[in-house]
Structures are given as C-alpha cells and as structure tokens.
Design a protein around this ligand. Structure first.
Ligand code: HEC
Ligand SMILES: [Cu+2]
Length: 484
C-alpha cells in the first residue's frame, strides 16, 4: 500500500463506519497491485513440459519472454524411507521426496496439471496448490485413487512462491506424512540472477515412539491432534541438510533460498545462524523486507530469502524455536568455502557447538492417574460420540457413511456387527489389508490412534448404538479382555 493510500485509509477509519472504511482500504490496495492483465488463450504460445527437481535443487530460471501451455507431470508415491538414523517412516510424497518436486512456472502460463497416483498406493490423494485461483486450489478436480491419473488446468494469475499440499481426508494426516512442496510463479520480468538457489521446506512429524526410537515408526494421530511433534525437520529427515548433504556455497556468492513450511501444525521462525538476510520476499509475496534476522514462515506459507555469503565457514539453518533445532531435527548447514575474511569476521571457529543434543533428558515424572469414573451406558455413548467426532469422523465421515474405495462405513456395518472383539482390536491397534464391508472390498490403512481403553469402549458403544448397528454395549472390561 502506498503512503498516499495509507493516509486515505487512516482518514476513512477516523471519520466513517469501520467496516466500510476497511473495505475501501482493501479495494484501493488491490487495484494498485492488479495492473496486470492475464494473457488470453490466443496470447499463450506453444507447449512445454515443466522441469521438476527434487529438494534441495531448484529448476533453472525461466528465460521465456511469453506465456506458454506448461505441462506438469507429478506422481504420488507412498514409500518407506529414513527419517533419522535407525528410524524409518512411511512417507506419502509428491514425486518420491519430502518436500515434493519443485515446480517453476511463469506468471500468466496456462498449466495443464497431471496428477498420477502410483498403483502401489494404499489411499487416494489430490493436490491443493496455493497458486491456483479456483475451488480447493485444484483439490476438487484432482482426487486420484491408486493407479489413476487426473488432469486439470489453471492459469498462474499471481506471481509469488506458494505451497502445494494434499487435501484428501484426513487432510492433517496426509500433510503430516509429507505431502507438500513449493510452486514458484516467476514474475514476467524474472527474478534477479543469483549464484545459487536452494529448496528448503520445514515440516513437523508425529511418530508412535519418541525422537530416535528405532524401527519403522507409524504416524501418531493423537500427538498430531495435540500438536506435539517428535520431529521438526527440514526436507523430511534428520540430517537432510548436514554433513555431505550441507548446502554448498563459495565466499562472495549470492544465495536464494526458497523456503516453505508444510506444517501440518507448527509455524517456523526461520533463521540462519551467522547470516543476515539481505532481502526477504515476505510470505513469498511481492513485498520486500531488508536486513532481516528471522523471518516467520506460517504453516502453509513460504518466503524467498536472499543473502550474500561474505565469510567462509558453516552457517546453520534453524527454526529459532530452538528446542526444535537441537532436539527435534530442525537443523541444516550451508558450507561456505573460501579464504578468511578477517575484516568481516575474525573469531576462532568451533565445530562442535551445534551438535544435536537428543531429546532423552526431557522427560518429566508422570502424573498420578485421576480416580477412574464409572460411566452409565448412556454416559458412555455420549462420551463415545465426542471421541468419534474428534478421532474418526475425518475418515469415516460425520454420518458414518465412509468414502467409497477408501474408508469403509461404520454405519450399518456388517463387519462390525459380526464380531465385537474384532472391532475392538481394529480401533485399538489399527487395521490394514483387505476386508469386506457390506459387500464392498477395502484394502487400505487405518492408523493406530492411541486411545485409552475407556475411549475405545465409549466410541464403539456409540457406534453400535446408532446408525443401524446392532446395539452391543462395549465396556472397558471387554476392551481389556480383548487386548489380553
Ligand atoms: C485415517 C483414517 C481413519 C481414521 C482416523 C479411523 N479409521 Fe477406521 N478405518 C479406516 C480404514 C482405511 C479402514 C479399513 C482398513 C482396511 O482396509 O484394512 C478402517 C476400518 C474400520 C473398522 C472396520 C470396518 C468397518 O467399517 O466396520 C472400524 C470398526 C473402524 N475403522 C472404526 C474406527 C473408529 C471407531 C475410529 C475412531 C476411533 C476410526 N475407525 C478411525 C480409516 C480410519
Ligand atoms: Cu494425500
């Protein structure tokens, strides 16, 4: 907003109804940005296939001087990969990596987006690109079951750096499993030339075990709901940007970082220890800020960060919510090579200062358990309804009807009604593999949810008492017996 607009807005705020004034201010601001006119179909020349890159690489800058039809081919892959030394996780990815492939387009391009879901996938996925003007950012048109491909198209109407992510229910779980990446809509005139460009995205991860617990760690819905991640990571694993994977630079070079935050929950206080950002494209948009120490990158947001590296040594990339950096993995490095630059910095260097400390020292004594309340059948059903709404409705739907080919119904479910013990074990331990519910086949994954035995009894009592199920009352004793 120009200074002139600001004055007008302040005046308006002083003299007229607040709501009207705000509308006027916003309008004025928008018109000052929207001088750009979208190219018509006739002005869109030729056709190209977009170059996509895996992190931390960024596709080459766009030299084209005209808008084109740009074909983007992105494949969803569900795969087990290392999240930390000795620890694996089943990531859901766009293009096989976390974050997903980097997409680079030019302002005004017409993008034909092909989203494929690998035949080995267990669940359907879609994509919501924040660079899209249209329903769900593309999510509505791109719901893609395993072994299918969907195609939709959009015009890149606004320049900037944007997050894309999966938006299939349960959305939080798909994002928590790594389904996000960045799409850059380059301004028509391009960005100033720099020596190096890198792609870094933060994400928070929720595992059954604590930080560092070995083995294949399943997703933990309970911790995700409480926003208590075990891992906070740059580029999907502890050490993705350290050691021989540190980002490289030479003294005197200019660096541009495309930084995103996939969340699902945390906001990042993005900081590089030992560097000041010369320029930040705030929130990935058009406004520039200079001489910045730490820039906030919201969940589902981004920033373009530029700086010149003036001295050799290691620069440390962190989320300055600092326990995340030293105890949960949010730490990367830029290794700057070159001769000493004593005028700028002449101190003695130590390499051991920033070793991760691990998180074992943080546990607190457990609280005394509260006296157990004994619930009546009616109270249990009431409690079960609450448990259902917050833990199950995202997948099985608020009315229990499920989603075809993905989530079976828990309303009038012959599978549930045939066997209570099996239903208890499903809710207690999760379920995968092929099952039949009401004559339809499902082959999918229900995660273990870490519910208490009381909550399992309540939610099942609720389900059995409603939506055409057979009325079985499930008590905590039945749950305890089933789990023995
Ligand atoms: C992340 C999605 C998800 C959540 C959350 C979830 N489920 Fe499931 N559930 C599934 C899937 C997928 C299956 C089928 C698994 C398979 O194909 O083997 C399933 C199967 C079931 C079944 C057996 C099949 C049927 O429909 O009768 C029951 C019962 C069930 N879930 C209950 C629950 C309850 C109760 C909760 C909440 C406490 C819950 N689920 C939360 C995805 C989910
Ligand atoms: Cu997904």
């Amino acid at each position: 907003m120009s200074r002139f607009n600001l004055v007008v807005c302040v005046r308006l705020l002083g003299f007229s109804v607040l709501g009207l004034a705000l509308t006027a201010c916003q309008r004025q601001d928008q018109t000052s940005v929207k001088a750009w006119v979208a190219p018509t179909l006739a002005q869109i020349q030729g056709e190209e296939v977009a170059v996509l890159t895996h992190p931390p690489a960024v596709p080459p800058s766009i030299k084209r001087k005209h808008p084109t039809k740009l074909i983007v081919n992105l494949e969803v892959q569900e795969k087990v990969a290392r999240i930390a030394d000795g620890v694996d996780y089943t990531f859901w990815t766009f293009g096989g990596t976390v974050p997903g492939s980097f997409i680079r387009v030019r302002h005004g391009d017409l993008i034909e987006f092909h989203l494929a879901n690998h035949p080995d996938s267990k669940v359907p996925h879609n994509i919501d690109l924040h660079a899209v003007t249209g329903p769900g950012g593309g999510a509505v048109s791109s719901f893609t079951p395993p072994g299918k491909e969907t195609v939709f198209s959009f015009q890149a109407m606004n320049p900037g750096l944007y997050i894309y992510h999966c938006a299939t229910a349960p959305v939080g779980m798909h994002i928590a499993n790594g389904m996000y990446g960045l799409i850059l809509v380059e301004p028509e005139e391009g960005l100033p030339t720099v020596d190096r460009e890198y792609y870094v995205v933060q994400g928070d991860f929720y595992t059954r075990g604590a930080y560092g617990d070995p083995g294949l760690q399943p997703f933990d819905m309970d911790k995700a709901l409480k926003e208590q991640p075990d891992y906070v990571l740059f580029n999907g694993s502890v050490g993705a940007l350290t050691g021989d994977k540190s980002l490289a630079a030479k003294k005197g070079e200019t660096i541009r970082l495309y930084v995103g935050n996939g969340g699902p929950n945390l906001v990042s206080s993005f900081h590089v220890i030992g560097e000041i950002f010369d320029t930040v494209h705030i929130e990935g948009g058009t406004a520039l800020n200079h001489n910045v120490q730490t820039t906030l990158v919201p969940a589902g947001g981004a920033a373009i960060i530029e700086f010149k590296v003036d001295v050799p040594g290691e620069l440390i990339i962190v989320d300055h919510s600092i326990f995340r950096a030293f105890n949960k993995g949010a730490l990367g490095k830029i290794d700057v090579q070159g001769s000493e630059e004593a005028i700028v910095y002449s101190g003695k260097q130590r390499e051991t200062v920033y070793l991760a400390e691990g998180s074992t020292s943080q546990s607190m004594p457990e609280e005394e358990p509260l006296e157990k309340l004994v619930l009546t059948a009616a109270q249990r059903i009431e409690q079960g309804e609450r448990v259902y709404k917050s833990n199950c409705a995202a997948c099985h739907m608020p009315d229990g009807s499920g989603i075809p080919n993905a989530f079976p119904p828990v309303a009038a479910s012959d599978y549930m009604n045939a066997d209570v013990k099996r239903a208890i074990l499903t809710v207690a331990k999760g379920l995968e593999g092929e099952i039949q519910v009401n004559g339809k086949t499902y082959n999918n994954v229900m995660p273990r949810l870490n519910l208490s035995q009381d909550d399992i009894a309540s939610v099942l009592s609720f389900l059995y008492s409603t939506w055409g199920n057979n009325g079985t009352e499930v008590t905590p004793e039945m749950v305890r017996n089933a789990l023995q």
